[in-house]
Design a protein around this ligand. Structure first.
Ligand code: TYD
Length: 401
């Protein structure tokens, strides 16, 4: 495989086996046409970048029915309100210009609709973009790239902030992204983005963050090295609790900002953890294999004890767990989820039926595999009855506080 930024040859250090597209929830009639790819990961030693070998074409994934809505989590709505308040306080003035890349259903930008900020969202998936428009959030239903910004002259060299959350890891052509940003940002403008953090994935062995849409798993070191290749530099970083541990990165044009001391301090911490070195990847690989064996063994024992197991939340992440650990309806009876586009379909590869959450309430299992472990606080507080009635939660990621 080749590094998607430097083009250097990389040898994949791990394969998770054959995987279908993570959000490829499908009907029974489509089982025979389901596609799989070998989910291999590699690490660029030059820019310390953890990346997938093969990935799905974003044009296909985001064609029409992308089944992910940010507003499906109350916690995320609160997070995006705080994120918006922070951006406003730190980087925006009353009539500033703001663009969001991958604005989804408008959860983040909704916080600016009653201000004088000149904002705009780019969202390629039609269904979620329509939802944003319904929410009165100004949205362009297109990919954010240099072609699609050509007519937005008033934003060229005048945009104060370009924001993104859980989107940049989905963009294979980061060079085009950076060139597009370069055309839009004002001299002192900033690009701010949040992504699941490599360091958190390694410490939790949350390998399910890896799937066809997550082409990159960033660390602070890798982000610094990527932007150093262009006319930009990393000026601040802030750890976030979302998605089991994420990092917010702030990037500006070179020599136009003071670099926060945190950037240097965190880079030293990453060096000590060897996050800039393939050694940490090899350790992660070993931990994934241990996690797989342990999960399969525990679930087998639960089944052998005559208990019923279901899945809770048909996340994209669950596709990686189910297919890597060879789980199907022999072990997991159904997965409940709140997303209307997923209900009535089957999980990719494992073909487990997706049912509404009401089905879970009416058919409580003995054990529920919490596939949305990153939303555990929100889900646990909604589902207290499950524990009261003798149920228990399961996950390959620790569910302790
Ligand atoms: P998330 O972890 O954001 O998913 P992904 O791995 O796809 O990025 O979780 C979103 C999914 O979880 C979505 O399918 C809706 C579902 N969900 C519920 O069904 N109930 C809930 O209470 C929450 C928070 C999520």
């Amino acid at each position: 495989m080749k590094c998607k930024i430097t083009n250097e040859e990389i040898k994949p250090f791990m394969s998770f086996g054959k995987m279908p597209p993570a959000n490829g929830f499908l009907e029974k009639k489509d089982f025979k046409n389901e596609t799989f790819y070998d989910m291999e990961v590699g690490f660029s030693e030059k820019i310390s970048l953890f990346q997938l070998n093969k990935f799905s074409n974003p044009k296909i994934i985001h064609s029409v029915n992308y089944p992910f809505y940010t507003a499906s989590s109350e916690y995320m709505k609160t997070h995006f309100k705080k994120y918006a308040d922070w951006v406003q306080k730190e980087y925006l003035k009353s009539h500033s210009k703001l663009i969001e890349v991958g604005s989804n259903d408008g959860t983040f930008l909704k916080n600016f609709t009653k201000t004088n900020i000149d904002y705009l969202g780019f969202e390629p998936s039609k269904t979620v973009a329509n939802q944003a428009t319904k929410n009165n959030v100004k949205t362009i239903n297109a990919f954010f790239n240099d072609t699609n910004i050509q007519n937005l002259k008033k934003f060229h060299n005048k945009t104060d902030v370009i924001c993104a959350a859980n989107v940049i890891a989905h963009i294979p052509d980061l060079k085009n992204l950076i060139h597009t940003i370069e055309k839009l940002l004002s001299l002192k403008g900033v690009f701010i983005f949040e992504e699941p953090y490599l360091g958190s994935m390694f410490s939790k062995t949350s390998y399910d963050q890896i799937y066809d849409e997550h082409i990159f798993m960033f660390s602070i070191t890798s982000v610094k090295k990527i932007f150093d290749l262009f006319d930009f530099e990393l000026i601040d970083v802030l750890w976030q609790k979302t998605h089991g541990g994420s990092m917010r990165y702030v990037v500006g044009r070179k020599n136009k900002h003071k670099i926060n001391d945190r950037v240097h301090e965190e880079i030293i911490k990453e060096k000590n953890r060897k996050l800039d070195d393939i050694i940490s990847c090899l350790e992660f690989k070993k931990n994934c294999e241990i996690s797989k064996t342990k999960a399969m063994k525990s679930l087998k024992k639960i089944k052998n004890d005559g208990k019923k197991i279901c899945g809770y939340a048909a996340t994209a992440k669950s596709t990686t767990v189910l297919n890597y650990c060879n789980l199907n309806t022999d072990t997991i009876d159904f997965i409940c989820d709140s997303t209307k586009e997923k209900i009535g379909k089957f999980s990719p590869g494992a073909h487990i039926p997706i049912v509404p959450v009401s089905h879970f309430h009416k058919n409580l299992p003995d054990v529920a595999y919490l596939f949305a472990w990153n939303h555990k606080d929100e889900i646990f507080s909604k589902e207290k009855e499950f524990l009261k009635k003798g149920g228990s939660w399961f996950s390959h990621v620790s569910l302790q506080k």
